[in-house]
Structures are given as C-alpha cells and as structure tokens.
Write a protein that binds this ligand. Structure first.
Ligand SMILES: Nc1ncnc2c1ncn2[C@@H]1O[C@H](COP(=O)(O)OP(=O)(O)OP(=O)(O)O)[C@@H](O)[C@H]1O
Ligand SMILES: [Mg+2]
Length: 187
C-alpha cells in the first residue's frame, strides 16, 4: 500500500495507526533518507500505545527500549553501526524475544544480521510531503498492513475530499483519526 503524508503531524498519526493495527510481535524495517520522518513515525507509534515521555532518536545508543503496559518495544537506529557484527555484541537476539515489537531505522546498515522484516516501510520525500510505501513479508506483516488500510479507509470514507484513490492506491492522511476499532478487535 502507498500513502501520501502531508505533514509531520500526519506522520505521527500514521505511526499511531500502525500501532493500532500491529500484533504484539512485529518487526518493522524503516527505510528512507536522513530526516525523512522515520523517528517521527516511531514517536506517533509509541505515543499511541501510551508512552508519555520524549522519544529520542537512538542514533548514538543504537537502541531505545520502551515498556508500555507490559509490551516491550525496541526502537533501533543502525545508522552509526560501523560493522553489522556489532549487532552480535549488542546482544541483538535478546531483543527479539517473543512478543517484542521492533522498529528499525537504517536496517540496511545491519545486513545480513538485521532480523527479517514482517513489514517493510519505505519513506520518500515529495516536496514537504512524504510518500510511504509498505510491504508485508509475513502473515503478521500482511495483517498489520490490512489493519492500517481498514483504519485509514474508515477515516478517508468519512472525509471524502481526502480520498483520492482505491485502498491499494494512494490515500491522503491529513487529520487526526480517533476511535477506530483495533485490528485485534476486528478479527
Ligand atoms: N510530511 C512529513 N512527514 C514527516 N516529517 C516531516 C514532514 N514534513 C516535515 N517533517 C519534518 O522532518 C523531520 C523528520 O525528522 P526525523 O528525525 O523523523 O527523520 P528520520 O528519518 O528519523 O532521520 P534520521 O535518518 O536522521 O534518523 C522532522 O523535523 C519533521 O518535523
Ligand atoms: Mg531517525
């Protein structure tokens, strides 16, 4: 699926939709240039789950762990990895314990040791807007994407001027969206 994100606030809202739609053990790969909005998306994701504090970029720490209502979420940024082998020293496998959610910025810098993605997200610049393209690589990942489509479609249907495509096409996400059922509730 592809979605055009006009503002940073809409990027946070997209992250919130991902959080609503995702399973408790999902690995996200976040691809995109410096400053394209990966951390902004993660900030929306964490806040939607109930994180109240700041969300700092893990550029220097490589990983920031969060525990929210008993759910472990790991936010990685591999940009400064000198060598993928460093992931072994970091004890990367320990972070992949069952039921953790991992959001990984710059996953390409950790290959071939980056854990495989359930959902791959590519973010590209379109002037001040961003285009998000998502692909699912597992049943969990595909269910997450379907959950986001259902959420944004509910939103878009209620706001017809923002609806510019079919569910598989490009949809605008411009305003806050609240109150949708979570994917888990729908299934
Ligand atoms: N449509 C948009 N979507 C997301 N961010 C936007 C948008 N328009 C402007 N911005 C701004 O772009 C910046 C994105 O920064 P962010 O730290 O999220 O990028 P990043 O992809 O994580 O970069 P890095 O690779 O350096 O970690 C923020 O300052 C945000 O406010
Ligand atoms: Mg970042």
């Amino acid at each position: 699926m592809a979605q055009l994100i006009p503002t940073a606030a809409a990027m946070e809202e997209f992250g919130a939709q991902l959080a609503q739609a995702c399973d408790s053990r999902t690995i996200f790969h976040l691809y995109g240039d410096l400053g394209v909005g990966k951390t902004t998306l993660v900030r929306g994701f964490l806040r939607a789950l109930g994180h109240k504090g700041i969300v700092k970029s893990p550029t220097y720490t490589l990983v920031e762990p969060y525990q929210i209502n008993g759910q472990m979420i790991y936010h990685f940024d591999y940009y400064r990895l000198g060598d993928p082998e460093e992931l072994e020293y970091l004890g990367i496998r320990d972070y992949l314990e069952e039921n953790s959610i991992c959001l990984i910025e710059w996953p390409e810098k950790g290959e071939p040791l980056t854990p495989a993605a359930d959902v791959q997200i590519n973010i590209t610049h379109h002037a001040s807007a961003r285009l998000i393209e998502m692909q699912g690589y597992s049943a969990i990942g595909q269910a997450t994407i379907k959950g986001v489509q259902d959420l944004s479609w509910t939103f878009c249907s209620a706001k017809l001027p923002y609806r510019v495509g079919q569910p598989q096409g490009i949809a605008f996400l411009g305003k806050s969206f609240r109150g949708a059922k979570t994917f888990a509730e729908e299934t």
